[in-house]
Write a protein that binds this ligand. Structure first.
Ligand SMILES: Cc1ncc(COP(=O)(O)O)c(C=O)c1O
Length: 470
């Protein structure tokens, strides 16, 4: 491509990207079209011949924009999806242009260095042990996998078994303790690692989904041999935290490795007003968290943090004669993640932490928690709406039709969710909590404030009243 063609192409991409972000307030908070219509738009026979890159880019943008979910918007409360802040998204556009393969520090010197520094900043923000190693992965799912691989290797090494070399056949049995309301992706990680999603001791949780300390002590008392304990900072529906200070010392007395899934909840540590929710979590052995949730980095970005760097590297290292060796003070990004070749995720993380700073992150977490409490309070004041959780963080779960005699609360709640999504003023999704249909509100978008929260609760109340009827 000529320099002119390159300038035109990247200019076009920047123009379409910035136009989308600048006009966000005008976009309805639901996609203009769903999957089936998008599939029709994209579908075509396999192209036989080269095409014009600029024309293709325009066609791609025209097609894609029709089916974009508004997770970058200020009134998006679905799942737990951060809003890909422009500072990180723009850094990510340059990351793509630079095309760095972040396997090692020679193939990608600046990308590796940005990771090293961003890792240090992360540990400081989250108040975790400074000697911990950090793997820059795709998200908390893979972070859980990486941390639990390190856990598996270390508890078996202590029992005289080298799982990285010998595999699991014939290995001493590992007992895994996990809370009853742990996130589904932790069970996936256990299945990937040969530990089995069902071969676990499930510890009963309280009404909010946090492990009961008394039940934990009881279950742990009967356990022998290598143990992994999996705890949670921020339950996906309620935002609840396990009682770390009470149970981590008990687990360590048994020689257990303690892993914490804190995909979004670990960020409570970055805000002085909420850090008490996770008191004692720093005593764990590993932590999984996301960048693409509360740090607002673009997708995909997660962090596998392990206190024992040797155990982390033992579980993940890839060695070959054609790969460089690291000298003292050098760090190869691939030593802490499952992939060799990968994107330079550290650039966007570095840019986001620089853009928000310690105080900006604390302000955002605090603001989101305040908006969540306000939304919960407003909704609960409406006859027939019940807030089903203690709003300790940024998560609210709501059930509709609570006061209507004979009403089918599950069906009514589903109808209200569908109506909200149809109206497009804001977006919320659903889930089952304790066997009942609920609507989930996750306050996680960077631009969500009291005003946007109020506009959203008004839309939710309008939808409820319309579905419920006079
Ligand atoms: C508690 C918890 N753990 C793990 C995950 C999975 O994270 P990811 O989708 O980033 O892989 C989530 C996602 O919402 C979560 O809330």
């Amino acid at each position: 491509m000529s320099p002119e063609e390159i300038r035109h192409l990247f200019g076009l991409a920047a123009d379409r990207a910035s136009r989308f972000r600048m006009t966000l307030p005008e976009w309805p908070h639901s996609p203009r079209q769903g999957y089936a219509a998008c599939l029709k738009d994209f579908d075509a026979p396999l192209p036989e011949n080269p095409g014009d890159a600029a024309a293709i880019l325009t066609e791609l943008a025209d097609k894609a924009e029709k089916g974009l979910q508004m997770s970058t918007g200020n009134r998006f409360f679905g799942w737990v999806i951060g809003s890909s802040h422009p500072a990180g998204a723009a850094a990510d556009m340059m990351t793509s242009a630079w095309g760095q393969n972040t396997g090692n520090h020679v193939a990608a010197p600046s990308a590796s260095a940005a990771e090293t520094v961003a890792a240090r900043w992360l540990l400081e923000l989250l108040k975790l042990p400074a000697q911990s190693s950090v793997g820059f992965v795709t998200g908390a799912t893979v972070a859980n996998f990486v941390c639990l691989a390190a856990a598996r290797g270390e508890v078996l090494r202590r029992a005289g078994w080298d799982v990285e070399a010998q595999g699991l056949f014939g290995a001493p049995e590992i007992t895994v303790l996990i809370g009853d309301d742990a996130h589904t992706t932790v069970f996936s990680a256990l299945s990937f690692l040969g530990l089995g999603r069902e071969r676990v001791l499930r510890v009963p949780a309280d009404t909010q989904g946090a492990i009961r300390a008394d039940a934990f002590a009881e279950v742990l008392a009967g356990v022998k041999g290598p143990v992994i304990v999996i705890l949670q900072a921020g339950q996906i529906n309620t935002g609840a935290f396990d009682p770390f200070a009470g149970i981590i010392p008990l687990a360590h007395d048994k020689g257990a490795w303690v892993h914490v899934d804190g995909a979004f909840g670990l960020w409570a540590r970055a805000n002085p007003a909420t850090q008490g929710l996770a008191t004692g979590v720093e005593a764990a052995d590993s932590w999984a968290t996301d960048g693409h949730k509360w740090l607002q980095t673009p997708y995909d970005s997660g962090f596998a943090i392990v206190k024992d760097e040797v155990a982390h590297r033992r579980a993940m290292t890839i060695a070959a004669s054609y790969l460089p060796l690291t000298a003292d003070g050098e760090r190869d990004p691939s030593h802490y993640v499952p992939e060799l070749s990968r994107r330079a995720r550290g650039f966007a993380v570095w840019a986001m932490i620089r853009a928000l700073g310690r105080s900006g992150i604390a302000e955002m977490v605090e603001r989101h928690c305040r908006v969540a409490r306000m939304m919960a309070g407003t909704l609960a004041a409406e006859p027939g709406i019940a807030v089903m959780n203690d709003v300790v963080l940024n998560q609210v779960i709501v059930r509709f039709g609570a006061d209507l005699p004979g009403a089918d609360g599950d069906a009514l709640t589903q109808k209200v969710i569908a109506r909200i999504q149809e109206d497009g003023e804001c977006f919320a999704g659903g889930a089952k909590w304790r066997g009942q249909q609920v609507m989930r509100i996750s306050v996680i978008g960077f631009g969500t404030d009291q005003q946007e929260g109020t506009r959203s609760t008004n839309a939710m109340l309008r939808a409820y009243r319309a579905v419920r009827g006079p």
